[in-house]
Design a protein around this ligand. Structure first.
Ligand code: ZN
Length: 216
């Protein structure tokens, strides 16, 4: 059984769009205050009272209560219409690595996060911004070789032009290989789902997935 503390809960809106990932503790606050319903394995919505009588399966994380264990839901549906998925993905080291599939954009070598750097294509010292269009994943060797030069000056070529990813932020986190399979139906229809699923296959597994979640 998973620990309830570390269990992540997918939050979907009225239209069953994934909007957010939250902690088990926060999920129970939303459930208890009637802001959200917990969805069971048949996608039936339950309020707190009703959820308390849903049996805990062997694979579920649970919290102990005076009335017995209560299952941590995998998916929570917000009752109000008001939340929509955030439109753009946050610029972060991990998200750049993910966009570039943990692959050095100069030599094409794939590595783990700790062996990769962020490279400013137009060097920072020459006014290059920290943006999706100017940051790429680079291995230490290429980073060192390039130094404070542009790719052209260093005789290096980018594998592809860096752009802002079109996947939604919740997907960036939710598509990790450690996700519960119950999330999949809510993820498949989000923008960039197919692309992101492929990127995650290239990512470095659970360790990076957790780092990515912690980081948001
Ligand atoms: Zn390289």
């Amino acid at each position: 059984m998973q620990s309830a503390q570390s269990t992540q809960v997918l939050v979907v809106n009225r239209c069953m769009q994934a909007v957010h990932i939250t902690s088990a503790k926060r999920a129970f606050v939303l459930l208890f205050t009637d802001v959200a319903r917990a969805l069971d394995e048949h996608w039936m919505g339950h309020d707190f009272q009703s959820w308390a009588s849903v049996p805990t399966r062997e694979t579920d994380a649970s919290f102990g209560t005076a009335r017995g264990p209560i299952r941590v839901p995998r998916v929570l549906q917000l009752i109000a219409y008001d939340r929509m998925p955030r439109a753009s993905v946050r610029l972060s080291r991990r998200n750049i690595f993910l966009r570039d599939a943990y692959t050095c954009q100069y030599c094409g070598n794939r590595s783990s996060a700790r062996d990769l750097n962020l490279d400013h294509v137009m060097p920072r010292s020459r006014g290059g911004p920290s943006s999706w269009e100017n940051l790429v994943c680079s291995c230490r060797v290429c980073n060192l070789e390039k130094g404070g030069r542009t790719p052209a000056e260093a005789g290096m070529k980018l594998l592809r032009k860096p752009t802002r990813p079109r996947w939604s932020p919740v997907l960036a986190l939710a598509f990790s290989p450690t996700r519960p399979r119950e999330w999949d139906p809510f993820l498949a229809t989000l923008p960039g789902a197919k692309e992101l699923a492929q990127l995650w296959e290239h990512a470095n597994g659970a360790a990076d997935a957790h780092a990515l979640m912690d980081n948001d």
